[in-house]
Ligand binder design. Structure first.
Ligand SMILES: *Cc1c(COP(=O)(O)O)cnc(C)c1O
Length: 261
């Protein structure tokens, strides 16, 4: 079973090269999700598993889809757009889960079903304008920085209320809830603090004005820490390596340099 420490120390993420491998990896992840849900008195069927296919070649992505993946998360817009185009024959819902610059927002508006890293009104505005023109809408999660100085992406918790208050004017965006990345550390209590912080942001926002947060879901937890995230209330876990196998690209291509301790 993958753990936070595995995530930093060269984990046993079995790679998947056949449909059967994917079926096996997905089943073992589902079993861990079920166990974590059970421990925390939750219903596992309410927890969404978002497979993250970044860096994975398209032929292997096809196998994952044949094994049952109906939605896929990608961190980088270029890669997501390419895969969306080349895999257009598949019935897949694409979720962009990485930081977005305004010049890429048009692309996201065109092909994505969901954007999980909304943290600027400039991006919200460009997305909305483009979506309106296309007659589309987009599910969004507001990304929150729950690890303070460790991350450069995401809103500070204190800035969330004003941000939420400004979003309703962008009517093509449908707020689903909040997303965060926890600290990269083997120190589970500190990881847990990040997830709790996101839950607190959600609970406060809900108390202040439930209409601004849609279903108020929490997208938190990755291959190394999703069980802790579920214990802290995750509604969506984003799993790459636990499904596709260990990634060789450095994580700091996608995030600021992880803390090693
Ligand atoms: C890559 C990525 C994940 C999944 O990470 P794994 O370690 O492969 O599970 C989750 N969320 C975001 C934002 C990512 O970029």
């Amino acid at each position: 079973m993958p753990s936070v420490s595995d995530a930093l120390s060269g984990p046993e993420y079995p790679s998947a090269a056949t449909i059967d491998d994917f079926v096996r990896n997905i089943a073992s992840v589902r079993a861990c999700i079920a166990a974590a849900a059970e421990r925390s008195g939750r219903d596992a069927s309410e927890i969404r598993l978002l497979p993250v296919s970044k860096t994975v070649a398209e032929d292997r992505v096809r196998l994952a889809v044949e094994a049952g993946c109906r939605e896929l998360g990608e961190n980088k817009v270029q890669e997501a757009k390419r895969k969306h185009g080349n895999l257009a024959d598949l019935d897949v819902r694409w979720s962009v889960i990485g930081h977005l610059q305004t010049n890429k927002a048009r692309d996201v508006a065109a092909f994505a079903a969901e954007f999980q890293a909304l943290d600027s009104l400039r991006v919200a505005e460009v997305l909305d304008r483009r979506l309106q023109a296309l007659g589309r809408s987009l599910d969004v999660y507001v990304q929150v920085n729950t690890s303070a100085e460790e991350s450069k992406y995401g809103l500070e918790p204190a800035d969330v209320p004003a941000f939420l208050a400004a979003l309703p004017r962008y009517t093509a965006l449908r707020v689903r809830g909040f997303m965060t990345l926890a600290l990269f550390t083997t120190d589970t209590p500190r990881v847990r603090e990040c997830f709790r912080a996101l839950r607190t942001v959600r609970d406060r926002a809900r108390d202040a004005d439930p209409d601004l947060i849609g279903p108020g879901e929490l997208s938190m937890g990755m291959s190394g820490d999703y069980e802790v995230a579920i214990e802290e209330g995750a509604d969506c876990v984003r799993l790459g390596q636990a499904i596709f196998g260990a990634r060789t690209t450095a994580n700091d291509l996608y995030w600021p340099t992880p803390t090693k301790e």
